[in-house]
Each structure stands twice: as structure tokens, then as C-alpha cells.
Design a protein around this ligand. Structure first.
Ligand code: PLP
Length: 424
């Protein structure tokens, strides 16, 4: 499918008068429409809720938009819990799907009334010894082991993943938790990432629903909640077909009616904790071409770098690039599009066919709305960019300012050594 930016060159020329590149720009309209579709796709399940994975786009303005669309938050750390709390998410609007969790963070989650999703059997005793009694409702994360296959193709390898309880440990854990007075249970699994098929959730649901029925039969546990977690992918490349959440929701409904309803578990609430699917397509990294270079290859240098979006550098991930104002020109130039880190992996694209790029051109790097800004870092003294929101009325609001040198120096500014830079 053709990938079109949600902004035009004219809009960007207007925005840069106030906010210089590079910046992350989010599309409020797109975020809301997609969130509504997710809700509609699962509206057949009265208890359904999407818990947005905060790590994907940890910005309170984004969280607020999703809150208005009925989402909760999925947090993995105390700081993420704090952000959720600051935005007014409380109690069962918060899932705590953490791993290798310090005791103080469990305590914080318990205090908030978040639904704690235990990652391991040994964490149950750890929790009792270091935090105290269990909440009334507890969720456990399942790792099926081995390979996760859909129609014989390997989607991912849970057997190599650090997360979750084994199947036997789930039974043991549920029995233990029941003996400690836990009343209601949830189960959760995340078996494949960035999936490109509408079959992922239905296949995962089949495993979780079957497991829930078995666990209920074995232990008598009252299972109230099944969490399909994240993993629904987006079409990063133009030749991929985007997942259809309506088809996915319908696929999960069929399995629900096939497995849970006949087992007398037709009142179980479903939830998801998607990050990528909720935000990735609705964020652009906007940058400007500041250099060109003609050596053994043709290079275009941007004012953004891997510190603004590291997926291409660390995973070789494809992010589509549009040169604004040249949408209809032929892609007859082959470029490596790079940032300015002293790291040769700092390339947004390698051997990419694009229109001829001139210095000063604005480029949109697509699908940067999730795991984009949030994975940013400060290598080479590169400062994190601003985050801007393109609002539904077409106006732009800054939802995070760009870092200044003083932000970078803040953690060792003990002696006033850097005071002289305060205005730079
Ligand atoms: C990362 C993560 C998510 C979100 O994953 P996406 O692929 O962005 O949908 C959800 N749950 C947990 C526990 C995660 O670690």
C-alpha cells in the first residue's frame, strides 16, 4: 500500500518557523480513529480494554488522548507507573507487566491498585517476603516454550525468551496464590512481536483460552481476565498489507465462542496491551537534509540521527521515507540516508531509491510513533528532539520540548561548572 505522510510540505514549512527540525510529530486524528476501531473490534466482549504499552510512546499528552478513547495503560517500571498516575490512570486501568522487578516497584504497583502481572513463579514468594500480601486479583504471564507457529511458519521462539511461567508453573502458581487468598485470576502471554498476520491474536487466544479452561478445571481458580498483550504489527514497508483489527477482533470472537463459552467461561474479560499498533503509523520523525556526500556511495545527511530513532541502526528495521514536496517525482536516485553519529550503523536507509534530494529538503521518516522517541538516547551528546502533536483542528502543539545542553549536563552539574551554558 502506498505510504503517504499525514502532513504536507507546506504544513512543515509553517511548523519549522516555530519548531526547528528534527522533531517527532504525532497525528491526533489518526490515533483517535485507530483507538476507536480497536474498541469496536472487541466491542462484542463487554469487559474489553486496551492497556496502551507506555514504553512505546511515553508522553502524557498521548496517554491522555488514549485515556479519552477508553484505554488504560500497561507499565513495566515505577517511572512508567508514575506517568500513568500523573495522567489519572488508577486501579484496574493500569496493568503492571514487568520483569526482573525490584521490590519497591512491586510495592508501588500494589499501592496504586494496578493489576500485577507476575513474570515468574519465584516472584510470588519474593513479593510476599518483600512487599506483603497479594492483591485480590493477580495475573500470571505464560511462556509456551518451543517455537510459536502459525500454519507451520515460525513466528517467534518463546523457548528463547526470558519471560513468563512454564505451563506446569502456572498450575503450581495458581494453587499457591489461591492458598494465599487470591480471589480472581488473569493470564497473559506475548509470543510474537510485530506480527504481520490477522491470525496472530486468534492463534494466541486459542492457546490462552485453552489454558484458562484447563487451569480452571485443575485448580478451580476464578479466571476473570485474559490478556493478549502486544505484538500486533504495522506495515512498515509499502508492499505489506496492514493488519485489519476488525478481522482480528472477529477471529478472536470465534475462538472465544468455540472454547470459553462452552466451558462456562463466557464472562471472561479480554484485554490487549498494544503499543506499536496504537501509535507507530501516527508518528513521523521529521528531519532536514543538511549534507550530501559523493564517495563510493551517495549519501544524504540529516539533522536527525539514530538517537532520535534507533530501530534501523539496531534491528536493520525498514522505515519508509518521503521527501516532502517530491511525492510524485520518480525514485531514480539511490541513497544511504544517514545521521551524524560517529557510528556507521547510523543510517535510516541503505541503498534506498528516492527522488533526487536537495540540501534543505524536508524528509518524513514514517511509522516512528512507537518505539521511536522512547528508545532515544544521548550518544555523542546528541540531544533528544521535541515531540509535537498535530491536533484535529490542524494546529500544532508542543507536547515535549527539545532537550537543551543543560539537560545533558544536569546529572553532573554539582559545582556550577556548566552554569555558563544555561542559555545555550
Ligand atoms: C513491549 C510490550 C508490549 C507492547 O508491544 P507492541 O509490540 O508494541 O504492541 C506489550 N506488553 C508487554 C509486556 C511488552 O513488553
Amino acid at each position: 500500500m502506498e505510504k503517504k505522510p499525514f502532513v504536507t510540505k507546506e504544513q512543515i514549512e509553517e511548523i519549522v518557523k516555530t519548531y526547528p527540525t528534527p522533531f517527532h510529530l504525532y497525528d491526533e486524528k489518526g490515533i483517535r480513529e485507530n483507538a476507536r476501531k480497536v474498541r469496536e473490534a472487541f466491542s462484542w466482549n463487554p469487559g474489553f480494554r486496551e492497556y496502551f504499552a507506555v514504553k512505546a510512546t511515553p508522553n502524557p499528552f498521548i496517554l491522555k488522548i488514549l485515556q479519552e478513547e477508553g484505554c488504560g495503560t500497561d507499565c513495566a517500571t515505577k517511572v512508567e507507573l508514575m506517568m500513568a498516575k500523573a495522567c489519572g490512570f488508577t486501579g484496574d486501568q493500569v496493568f503492571f507487566s514487568s520483569n526482573v522487578t525490584p521490590a519497591a516497584e512491586y510495592a508501588y504497583a500494589k499501592e496504586m491498585g494496578a493489576i500485577i502481572n507476575f513474570d515468574d513463579l519465584t516472584h510470588l514468594k519474593f513479593f510476599e517476603e518483600n512487599v506483603g500480601s497479594f492483591p485480590e486479583t493477580v495475573c500470571c504471564r505464560f511462556n509456551t516454550g518451543g517455537d510459536f507457529k502459525i500454519s507451520n511458519s515460525i513466528m517467534d521462539t518463546p523457548g528463547e525468551a526470558k519471560y513468563g511461567f512454564t505451563r506446569d508453573q502456572l498450575t503450581e502458581g495458581f494453587r499457591y496464590l489461591m492458598s494465599k487468598g487470591v480471589k480472581h485470576f488473569g493470564i497473559h502471554a506475548f509470543l510474537a512481536s510485530n506480527t504481520k498476520t490477522n491470525d496472530y491474536y486468534p492463534e494466541l487466544a486459542r492457546i490462552l483460552f485453552q489454558t484458562a479452561v484447563e487451569l480452571h478445571e485443575e485448580t478451580g481458580a476464578d479466571i476473570r481476565l485474559i490478556n493478549l498483550s502486544g505484538g500486533v504489527g504495522v506495515a512498515y514497508t509499502p508492499d505489506e498489507t496492514p493488519n485489519d483489527i476488525m478481522v482480528i477482533g472477529e477471529g478472536v470472537r470465534k475462538v472465544y465462542e468455540e472454547i470459553l463459552v462452552p466451558a462456562g467461561m463466557g464472562d471472561v474479560a479480554l484485554c490487549t496491551e498494544m503499543g506499536r499498533f496504537m501509535l507507530a503509523p501516527y508518528g513521523h520523525l521529521v528531519a532536514r537534509a543538511i549534507h550530501e556526500k559523493h564517495i563510493f556511495k551517495e549519501y544524504i545527511g540529516l539533522d536527525a540521527c539514530a538517537a532520535n530513532l534507533m530501530r534501523p541502526a539496531i534491528y536493520g528495521a525498514y522505515h519508509h521515507i518521503t521527501v516532502l514536496g517530491k511525492e510524485n517525482e520518480p525514485c531514480d536516485h539511490k541513497y544511504d540516508v544517514t545521521g551524524g553519529l560517529c557510528e556507521n550503523s547510523d543510517k535510516f536507509a541503505v541503498d534506498r531509491m528516492l527522488p533526487k534530494i536537495d540540501i534543505g529538503d524536508y524528509v518524513v521518516i514514517h511509522d516512528a510513533g512507537a518505539h521511536g522517541y522512547s528508545m532515544g538516547y544521548n550518544y555523542n551528546g546528541k540531544l533528544r528532539s521535541a515531540e509535537l502533536l498535530l491536533q484535529e483542528d490542524g494546529s500544532v502543539k508542543m507536547i515535549r520540548r527539545a532537550e537543551t545542553p543543560m539537560d545533558y549536563f544536569a546529572t553532573f552539574d554539582f559545582t556550577g561548572l556548566f552554569d555558563r551554558f544555561r542559555d545555550e
